[in-house]
Design a protein around this ligand. Structure first.
Ligand SMILES: [Zn+2]
Length: 51
């Protein structure tokens, strides 16, 4: 395997891990109040109000 291909594989793996973190909430941060979890928004945060 060429070094170039190896770099591509590593980048793809990193992106896959980042995507998995986003979907599992590991890297989630509210753009408005910076909450790390869906249930920890500040009271006046527009993202925390769901019907
Ligand atoms: Zn929020």
């Amino acid at each position: 395997m060429s070094p170039f291909l190896l770099v591509i594989v590593v980048v793809v793996l990193l992106m896959a891990k980042r995507l998995a973190d986003v979907y599992t909430g590991g890297e989630y941060a509210c753009p408005s109040c910076g909450a790390r979890s869906e249930h920890r928004h500040s009271p006046d945060c527009p993202w925390g109000r769901k019907s």
